[in-house]
Design a protein around this ligand. Structure first.
Ligand code: GLU
Length: 479
């Protein structure tokens, strides 16, 4: 974790501080507050795998924060930074995230302390399968109990191994595929899951910019078009967010920060795909010819821009640099990139922060769709698509016949016809469901933000909405 000050609390404490700040504004019984705040259980496993002629021991975790709804949900990360404090903080954030975007899950998170880049694919497969075995054996991977997903250092490949491991252990479970999400399409995945978190960041910003009052609160105006963006981390989330914002909304990505330094080009902006290809080929951004290379990447977080998108690690905006951050708007594409201390400094400076539990909820939202798809055993759109197209064709035929009978009075443009006649497939439906989710959740936060004098920021508003929903679930259970 990139906290630079000795007085900075841990990630878990930071999440608790933000939780406490919100809960102080609510009228909940202290016992219930404590029940919601604490992590229900964290399982630690140490297992050995025979590798390169030796037995290597790995440490993994799966933390369950809240079971007010089941299954519990949340990613599994592979990183050397994984520890109990981190998975517990991330599991808590999953509880609030799922409540905010109304995915019917409790919160969980897992991690394996490993640098995946140090292993060959076949070695990683053995390690992942063994970890999955340890978790599945205790129902910590299970379609109705606990459903992992990708996170930092994991992706479709690891999810396919885990799903297969679970299926081998539960040969008669007809719902086995729903035991993890983020799987490849050919292994029960869903269209649009890989891009989902980045897409969610884009939809969140679009919704923010649909509300001029909120845009003005950040000292900005207008639309996303032409806004200067700095992105930290060109992994799955950062890459897709930056790509969609620049290709589809006219934003100008002027800075990209990676592990080995940053690229900066305030004049012309950066071509996100071009930088991504370079990064893949060279393992870093250094040497990229069409921008200025800055060795101390973190310094670029402090450059002037309109929107800062931290999409990498937790704690990167902390007591050590918060005062120098110039961005008037931060969207937390990563989990926990702004510490509680930094949050306070930035709030005082008037910076608007679109909080992680909302901003990066696109991943778990599309995971929810994938889980439903797996349980219903049918691809979205399979029943309706052609019927929808046939009905639209009827309207087009009728209009054209009418036009004919009036001596070709008008004609429908070919592009309108092409769009109107195309029935929605799975990808269109996933995007529509994600867009709806991001708009609805934003409005629920916004309403609290603007209707209460004691709520001055979106994060507190988000916590209020989520905690209230979790509290209602517990009450309904008689707690
Ligand atoms: N790891 C992602 C997150 O932090 C996705 C979780 C999921 O899809 O369950 O939200």
């Amino acid at each position: 974790m990139a906290t630079s000050s000795p007085i900075e609390p841990s990630f878990r404490e930071s999440v608790d501080l933000m939780f406490n700040r919100a809960v102080a504004l609510m009228d909940l019984p202290p016992g219930l507050v404590e029940k919601i705040r604490v992590c229900n259980a964290t399982y630690t496993v140490r297992f050995g795998v025979r590798l390169r002629g030796d037995i290597k021991t790995f440490v993994g975790y799966r933390s369950v924060h809240s079971e007010h709804m089941e299954p519990v949900k949340g990613g599994i990360r592979f990183s050397m930074g994984v520890n109990q404090d981190e998975v517990e903080a991330l599991a808590a954030l999953m509880t609030y995230k799922c409540a905010l975007v109304e995915t019917p899950f409790g919160g969980s998170k897992g991690g394996l302390c490993i640098d995946p880049r140090e292993y060959e694919e076949h070695e990683l497969e053995r390690i992942t399968r063994r970890f999955a075995y340890e978790l599945a054996k205790r129902d910590l991977i299970h379609p109705s109990q606990n459903v992992p997903a990708p996170d930092m250092g994991t992706g479709e490949r690891e999810m396919a191994w885990m799903a297969d491991q679970y299926a081998r252990m539960n040969t008669t479970d007809i719902n086995a595929k729903a035991c993890v999400t983020g799987k490849p399409l050919n292994a029960g995945g869903i269209h649009g899951r890989v891009e989902a978190t980045g897409r969610g960041v884009q939809y969140a910003l679009r919704e923010f910019f649909r509300n001029p009052e909120d845009v003005a609160a950040a000292g900005l105006s207008g639309s996303l078009d032409g806004k200067r963006v700095i992105v930290q981390g060109l992994g799955n989330v950062g890459y897709h967010a930056a790509k969609f914002l620049s290709d589809e909304d006219g934003a100008k990505v002027i800075g990209i920060i990676e592990r080995d330094g940053a690229l900066f080009n305030a004049e012309d902006g950066l071509d996100v795909d071009d930088v991504f290809q370079w990064l893949r080929a060279n393992g870093g951004v250094k040497g990229y010819p069409k921008a200025t290379y800055v060795e101390n990447g973190a310094a670029v977080l402090e450059e002037a821009c309109d929107i800062l998108v931290p999409a990498a690690l937790e704690g990167v905006i902390n007591l050590g640099n918060a005062e120098r951050i110039q961005a008037p708007l931060i969207i937390e594409a990563a989990n926990g990139p702004v510490t509680a201390g930094a949050d306070e400094i930035l709030r005082k400076k008037g910076c608007v922060i679109i909080p992680d539990m909302y901003a990066n909820a696109g991943g778990v939202t599309v995971s929810y769709f994938e889980w439903v798809k797996n349980l219903s055993h049918i691809r979205f759109g399979r029943m309706q698509r052609r019927q929808e197209e046939a009905r639209h064709q009827l309207v087009v035929d009728e209009l054209e016949a009418l036009s004919d009978s009036m001596g070709n009075a008008w004609s429908l443009s070919p592009s309108f016809k092409a769009k109107y006649l195309r029935g929605a497939g799975e990808l269109e439906l996933v995007r529509s469901g994600l867009d709806d989710t991001m708009r609805t959740a934003y409005q629920s936060m916004r309403e609290v933000w603007h209707s209460r004098d004691d709520v001055t920021d979106l994060r507190t508003a988000a916590y209020l909405v989520s905690i209230d929903r979790v509290a209602q679930s517990y009450r309904a259970k008689g707690l």
